[in-house]
Ligand binder design. Structure first.
Ligand code: ASP
Length: 139
């Protein structure tokens, strides 16, 4: 009921969007603001760069500016979005002690995921109608 839902999408004009909705962390302090509504932390999109939506321990995602950092690394280091996401989710966040993951989309419509938890519910569909639904890491 209070779970997190994120989405990233690319339209035919090349616009990339990202959105994240969450009930926040269990037992959160009243008035807490998590990473989901903070652009660059739990949510970020920029045309011709990427779209990212995150779930996880928001305080770490804010501190690490996760969504923006992934897009920035992919642009500035000229690496693909998957590699940039893995640097942030599997290395930077893990070193800080932050749990969670992201879904992402690059300007060609390729969907990527990275998570450092056991699983992350996710699904996608492309312009040809091909779909996927997954929970755990790819086999
Ligand atoms: N990232 C959310 C928050 O910290 C929680 C979640 O995604 O489960 O508010």
């Amino acid at each position: 009921k209070y779970g997190t839902v994120g989405a990233v999408a690319l339209d035919k004009a090349g616009n990339i969007v990202a959105g994240t909705s969450t009930g926040g962390m269990t037992n959160k302090r009243y008035g807490r603001v998590g990473d989901a509504p903070i652009i660059g932390a739990g949510t970020y999109a920029a045309n011709a760069v990427c779209g990212i939506s995150a779930t996880g321990h928001g305080e770490y995602f804010i501190r690490a500016a996760v969504a923006h950092d992934i897009c920035a690394r992919s642009t500035y280091k000229n690496i693909n979005l998957q590699a940039a996401a893995d640097e942030v989710i599997q290395a930077k966040l893990v070193a800080m002690g932050g749990d969670g993951g992201i879904i992402g989309l690059n300007p060609t419509g390729e969907v990527i995921v990275s998570f450092n938890t056991t699983g992350m519910y996710r699904a996608g569909i492309n312009s040809r109608g091909e779909r996927f639904v997954r929970i755990y890491a790819e086999p």
